[in-house]
Design a protein around this ligand. Structure first.
Ligand SMILES: Nc1ncnc2c1ncn2[C@@H]1O[C@H](COP(=O)(O)OP(=O)(O)OP(=O)(O)O)[C@@H](O)[C@H]1O
Ligand SMILES: [Mg+2]
Length: 373
């Protein structure tokens, strides 16, 4: 158990409450400080716009049909019983709506939400203030929950299970454990790597939802909604073109929409047509599949330096001077999804489609074999 020197837990609550917003923000940095168009990570620009674009009710949440249906049932059942909703784990690649869903759940349940993130909670003590301040039915949202430290994680178990926490006060022979009862709250955890969650933590969640990449038709709806909210004029086939290049992510779709809008305001009459969208996205290095420079670099490195694979993510990241997390969270899931990359027990390997997309007629192996004869 975590050794905490807390004489009176109650009196600590106020001062212990960190500003949840600023905690989340501090963890959303753009790696390398570069503006990357397709990075599914949240940039500052996104954060400002999210305020207006983030759906606040379940009815405004587009796509993820199965998830929405199941969530509706859980919400309705909880409301009928006048009970808080079960602890919920949301997983899936960045930018697909986990944070939005957490806020929607709070909104639909009519409760308060306190948001923080795994890396922001350094010591179990950081959580005491937050937990003791939660009212009945309130929601504690922990983003990147897979990055909680082990001691913090263990501290959370009894809070999730029995709505109580244990403090150890004093040291040595005088050490005493004090139980503190919490209100019946709901923990919503979000993670891009459900696989990294420990089994005991995972087993304490009652509801699991996985968000998958969005279909182009859902992205068209999201783009149309965003365009309306931002007062942008866009053709249907232009929205389809942007949707196709948004790599299945609403966050990327919204970002591309803004970049295309900038482009048409400077170079055209401000209206987004299909042709203008194509030009604008091309000028940003976004190709027909939605790949950008970093995706293409990853493909090229695997082909040129590793003979097409198999190769480990660490080696790819080191060669590219990128964070392995960026490759694993942002680049890889989409390349896997569209079949340009495959995972083997020995590492990542390029597929034939990857060579075709990049305009190579032969794989490195075929080139080698050809060279022999
Ligand atoms: N289903 C949806 N309908 C409409 N807009 C959506 C939907 N899902 C996400 N968005 C938009 O995409 C943006 C990104 O979503 P959100 O921040 O919830 O993603 P996330 O999964 O929490 O990402 P991360 O893992 O990086 O924290 C939102 O601000 C919102 O504008
Ligand atoms: Mg989020």
């Amino acid at each position: 158990m975590d050794k905490l020197q807390i004489p009176n837990p109650k009196s600590q609550t106020k001062s212990q409450i960190p500003n949840p917003k600023s905690q989340i923000n501090s963890n959303k940095t753009n790696p390398g400080g570069r503006e990357k168009l397709i990075t599914a990570k949240e940039t500052d620009d996104d954060q400002i716009l999210n305020i207006s674009l983030r759906p606040s009710r379940l009815a405004d949440f587009i796509g993820q049909k199965e998830l929405v249906e199941n969530l509706k049932v859980s919400l309705e059942a909880a409301k009928k019983r006048s009970e808080p909703i079960d602890h919920t784990l949301l997983s899936g690649p960045p930018g697909l709506g986990k944070t939005s869903l957490a806020h929607i759940i709070a909104h639909e349940m009519g409760t308060k939400i306190t948001a923080t993130s795994g890396p922001a909670i350094e010591r179990a003590g950081d959580l005491i203030g937050i937990l003791t301040n939660l009212a009945q039915g309130d929601i504690l949202f922990i983003d990147e929950i897979h990055r909680l430290s082990k001691t913090v994680e263990e501290f959370i178990y009894p809070a999730m299970e029995n709505f109580e926490i244990d403090f150890v006060i004093d040291k040595g022979p005088y050490a005493k454990t004090i139980k503190f009862n919490l209100k019946h709250f709901t923990l919503i955890g979000a993670t891009t790597r459900a696989g990294l969650l420990t089994a005991p933590l995972r087993s304490r969640f009652g509801i699991f939802h996985h968000l998958d990449f969005y279909e182009a038709e859902d992205l068209v709806k999201i783009l149309t909604r965003s365009a309306k909210l931002l007062n942008i004029s866009i053709d249907k086939d232009a929205a389809e073109e942007i949707a196709r290049r948004s790599r299945g992510s609403p966050r990327v779709a919204n970002r591309l929409l803004r970049r295309v809008r900038d482009w048409v305001q400077v170079k055209r009459d401000g209206k987004i047509t299909k042709e203008a969208a194509e030009e604008a996205l091309k000028s940003h290095g976004i190709d027909k599949l939605g790949l950008d420079n970093i995706d293409r670099k990853v493909i090229n490195i695997i082909r040129e330096s590793f003979g097409g694979g198999p190769v480990g993510v660490e080696s790819i990241a080191a060669t590219l001077n990128e964070e392995p997390d960026t490759i694993v969270d942002v680049v890889e899931p989409f390349l896997l999804k569209i079949g340009l990359l495959k995972r083997t027990p020995r590492g990542r390997e390029l597929t034939r489609q990857a060579y075709e997309h990049m305009g190579f007629s032969r794989t490195p192996k075929e080139t080698q074999e050809k060279g022999l004869f």
